[in-house]
Design a protein around this ligand. Structure first.
Ligand SMILES: C[S@@+](CC[C@H](N)C(=O)[O-])C[C@H]1O[C@@H](n2cnc3c(N)ncnc32)[C@H](O)[C@@H]1O
Length: 216
């Protein structure tokens, strides 16, 4: 599905978020600054917009992982400084205790098996390593919640000149946001797997959240 929308993904994201997605990615990386990371993995890296920002952290080694080959092709054009790996979060081809920071931006709700993926993240992180996740969330205050849910309903009609396959993908994108946010408590999933919560930052009136956990 992501291969089908790879060529339009960046332009549509910027248009549908009124350019705000660039700011969110920038804030996400600022939230991680001030530490030394030798090895960084951007999991579900897509077309590489986060990876590009992560280069500002000056790590020695970057890995960009995603199962969608065409999404990775776009990422390769933006960042020359990474190893690109076609793989899922459920089976990460990296050794245990080898990574200082893992990032997942708007990707976690697509994982087929969240429990297995969390175990893989735990396995490859060093003790004291950080996993940071940015994902859509449903605002608590009812007016903001109502506005956000209405926006998601309009997302597909607003996405304009799309082929039927691409329309299907954007329908999935908006539906999966609500389904995942209502069914999954990211904080308790990670705490159950042995991570300690380092804080949750809310953006856009609570419609986007950044979660940070440390491997104990
Ligand atoms: C909405 S895109 C986000 C891409 C990018 N991180 C960004 O900020 O734009 C979600 C990505 O998750 C990837 N994905 C889907 N299933 C996955 C899985 N099981 N493991 C890892 N990545 C997956 C897709 O291929 C897609 O590139």
């Amino acid at each position: 599905m992501f291969d089908n929308i790879a060529d339009k993904y960046d332009a549509l994201n910027h248009r549908l978020s009124l350019g705000l997605d660039k700011k969110w990615r920038c804030k996400f990386v600022i939230n991680l600054s001030g530490k030394n990371y030798k090895t960084i993995v951007d999991l579900a890296c897509g077309t590489g917009d986060v990876l590009k920002e992560l280069e500002k952290l000056n790590a020695e080694k970057y890995y960009a992982i995603d199962p969608a080959e065409r999404m990775l092709e776009h990422a390769k054009q933006k960042c020359s400084n990474a190893d690109f790996i076609i793989s899922t979060a459920e089976d990460i081809p990296l050794p245990e205790n080898s990574v200082d920071l893992i990032t997942v931006v708007f990707g976690i709700r697509n994982f087929d098996d969240l429990s297995k993926s969390t175990e893989e993240i735990y396995r490859i992180l060093r003790k004291g390593g950080i996993i940071s996740i940015m994902e859509f969330s449903i605002p608590k205050f009812f007016i903001f919640r109502w506005g956000f849910l209405l926006y998601l309903k309009l997302l597909v009609p607003l996405s304009g000149n799309l082929l039927p396959e691409q329309k299907k993908a954007y329908k999935y994108l908006s539906e999966s946001i609500v389904k995942f946010a209502r069914s999954t408590d990211i904080k308790s999933v990670f705490e159950t797997k042995g991570f300690s919560n380092q804080g949750i930052v809310k953006l856009m009136l609570g419609s986007v959240s950044i979660y940070t956990f440390e491997k104990e």
